[in-house]
Design a protein around this ligand. Structure first.
Ligand SMILES: [Cu+2]
Length: 157
């Protein structure tokens, strides 16, 4: 085996060894996590969740070791037109065959009481828990520089 084929073979092995980002019918793409500075005690994660199955599913909770509390949040506009974050106890429905976006200014995963600051390019281990699909484990890359439309408002409590 030449050096080059050896290299190609090891690259292929690395590609195969990368963790799958989803199991079963739920597929998660384009996930990233951020916080708003080195001293931030809170952070959030955003992603695209696809339900490739034939039955509706629901993201009911989320867990991670990186924060004291991890919750499902959304933004609501109050009577003054100000976006406020609120916890969504019932979780997010992901209808069969559809995609649900967790994005800035909308639904998101919230980390409160970070055990350590989010460092650029580090990864945050997160477990999503679905009513049907069960647990889906993710390693979400931290991207502090990414800009999306909308903003992540300050916390309301
Ligand atoms: Cu939040």
């Amino acid at each position: 085996m030449s050096f080059e084929t050896t290299l190609l073979a090891s690259l292929a092995a690395v590609a195969l060894a990368l963790p799958a980002l989803a199991e079963g019918t739920i597929k998660v793409d384009d996930a990233y996590a951020r916080s708003s500075g080195k001293a931030a005690k809170a952070g959030a994660a955003f992603m695209m969740i696809q339900n490739q199955g034939d039955t509706d599913d629901r993201l009911i909770s989320v867990s991670s070791d990186v924060a004291a509390r991890v919750e499902l949040h959304t933004h609501k506009i109050d009577e003054n037109g100000v976006a406020k974050m609120v916890r969504v106890e019932e979780g997010f429905v992901i209808p069969a065959g559809e995609t649900h976006m967790l994005q800035r200014g909308g639904d998101h995963v919230m980390f409160m009481g970070l055990s350590a600051p989010f460092e650029q390019d580090a990864t945050v281990p997160v477990t999503l828990i679905f009513e049907q699909a069960g647990e889906v484990e993710l390693e979400i890359p931290v991207d502090l520089a990414r800009q999306d439309k909308g903003g992540h408002g300050s916390h309301s409590n």
